[in-house]
Design a protein around this ligand. Sequence first.
Ligand SMILES: Cc1cc2nc3c(=O)[nH]c(=O)nc-3n(C[C@H](O)[C@H](O)[C@H](O)COP(=O)(O)OP(=O)(O)OC[C@H]3O[C@@H](n4cnc5c(N)ncnc54)[C@H](O)[C@@H]3O)c2cc1C
Length: 544
Amino acid sequence: MSSLPAAVEHRDFDYVIVGAGSAGCVLANRLSADSSIAVLLLEAGPDREPFWVRAPAGVGNLFFDERINWKFSTEPEERLAGRRLYWPRGKIIGGTSAINGMVYARGFAADYDHWRDLGNPGWGFTDVLPYFRRSETSDLATDGYRGCDGPLRVSSPRQQHPTTDAFVRAAVDIGVPPNPDIAGATQEGVGYLQHTIGDGIRSSTARAYIAPVRHRPNLTIACGSMAAKVRVKDGRAVGVDYVCDGVLCFGRVRREVIVSAGAIGSPQLLMLSGIGPPEHLDRVGVRPVHALPGVGANLQDHLAISADYEVRDGMSLNHSLSGWRRLMHGAGYLLNQRGPLSVGPSHAVAFVRSDPGVSVPDIQLSFRPLSFAFDSRSKLRIHPFAGVQFVSAMLRPQSRGQIALRSSDPNVPPLIRANYLTAPDDERVMLATLNWIRRIASSRPLADIVVREHLPGLRVHSDEEIMNFVRRNSQTLFHPAGTCSMGTGPMAVVDGRLRVRGVQALRVADASIMPTIASGNINAPTIMIAEKAADMILEDARRS
Ligand SMILES: Cc1cc2nc3c(=O)[nH]c(=O)nc-3n(C[C@H](O)[C@H](O)[C@H](O)COP(=O)(O)OP(=O)(O)OC[C@H]3O[C@@H](n4cnc5c(N)ncnc54)[C@H](O)[C@@H]3O)c2cc1C
C-alpha cells in the first residue's frame, strides 16, 4: 500500500490548484482576484522560461527538452505497427501552453452543444462563447465572437508567405469555402491561422495570466512542487501532499482542491489519491478511497499524418531557417521580435469533411510553408530542399484509450494506451485525410509551385498502401483529452460543475474533463474550461 510520511510543513489556503498549465494559470488568476481568497498554485516544473519558450519558432527546441517536458510515450500501439508514440507535455509554469504550436482554434459550436446534450447544462456553445471571448485579446475582434480585452494575446502573422496564399487559393479552387476567421462564427472552410502570440512573443498562460498578477500577496506559486496525493477525509478533500525540494509539505484547504494537472496528470493524481477503479488501485497498491471507474478511461486524441512536398526554389521558408540565415533572423528577432522566428510553424488551415454525408467537418488540414523532420538524435532538421508540409488530423476519433497507474509512486509515469485506430471508422477518416492533402496539392495555384511529393511519395497509392503508410508514420497532434470526463453516467468523473462525483470540495478543470474531444486544437478550449470553472467555483462559494 502507498504510504507517505507525515508532512513536515503545513499551510492553509482557501484553494489549492494542482498544475500551472493552460487551465491552472487561468484559475490561479481568477480565484486570487479577490484579495481575501488565499490560493496555492502547485507546479512540478520550473518557474523560469528558457529563451525558446518565448520565441515562437523555438517549438522544435522544446519538443525533447527534459528540463521542461514530461516526455511521455504510449504503450506499443497495435494498430500503428506496434509503435510507441511520443507524447511531449509541458512541465513548466504555463504547462503545455508553454511548449505547444500556438495555433488558436476553438472547435465547432456543435462540439459544445453535444457536451450540453450529453447531460451537462451550461456547456452549449452560447454558454461557453463568453468565456472564449473573455480569455483573449485578438486582433480580429470586430464581431460578437472574438474578445478584445482578455489576458491571452491572439494574433495573425504580420505577413503571409506566398505559398500559404497558394494553399488557401488551391483549397478554394476545389470548393472549400474561404473563411476569414476560423475562430469566428464557424470553423468550417479554409483560412489563415491565428496564434497565441503577442508582439512576436508566445502568449503562454504563464505570460498571459500569471505574469500580471504574481505580486498578489494572496497568491502563492510553488514551482518545483510535485503533488503526490489529494487527502480525502470523511468524503471531503482536505488538502494536497506535495514534495518541494525533497521536503514533504501539506497544503490544507478551507474550501476546495482543484486538480488541473492535464489529461495525463489529473487521472494519475486522482488514482494516487485512491479515487478511481478500485480493482485497478488494489492491484498497484493504492488504498481505494472512493470508487470511480471512469478515472483514466475515455482517453481521446487527434491522430495526424504529415505529407511533405518539394516546391520551387524561393517558395518555402526552409532556406531562411537554415545555416547563417537562421542566425541572421535570430539576431533580427532579438532586436525587434519580427521575422520568421516570430511566427508558429503552421500558417493556414482547412476544416473539411471525410465524406459529404458527415454533418460537421471532421478533418483538420494544417499547412506549413516549411518542412522538417526529427533526426535519430531527436534534433529538428529543416529539409535541405525547398519544402512545405501538410499535417492532417482526424477530429472526432471513435477509438478510446486509457491512462492507468504502473505504481503507487507518483514519480513513475503512468501507463498510456491510446488505442489509435481500434474503431474501424477511424481508418476511413485517416484515408480521407491523405486524399484531401493530395487533392489540394494538385490543385492550382499550389500545383504550379509543387515540384514533387517527397513523403509519402507517389508509390504510396492504393488504399492499402496509404493505410500502411498511416500505420507506420502517423503521429499525435498532441491533444490527449477526456480522462476525467464530465457527464452523468457511471463512467462520468465530474459533474457539469466539474465537481468530482462523490467527493466533496474536489474539482477537476483542464482538458481531461472534455466528454468528447473538441474538433480542433484544444489549448483555447482548455482555457475556456478554466475560465468557466473559476466562475462556477466562486458562485458556489457565494452560495454556501
Ligand atoms: C508539442 C505540442 C504542440 C501543441 N500544439 C497546440 C497548438 O498549436 N494549439 C493548441 O490549441 N493546442 C496545442 N497543443 C495542446 C495544448 O497545448 C494542450 O492540450 C493544453 O495545453 C492542455 O492544457 P491542460 O491545462 O489540460 O494541461 P497542461 O497545460 O499540460 O497543464 C498541466 C500542468 O500540471 C503540471 N502537473 C502535472 N502533474 C503534476 C503534479 N503531480 N504535481 C504538480 N504539477 C503537476 C504539469 O507540469 C503542467 O504544467 C499542443 C501540445 C503539444 C505537446
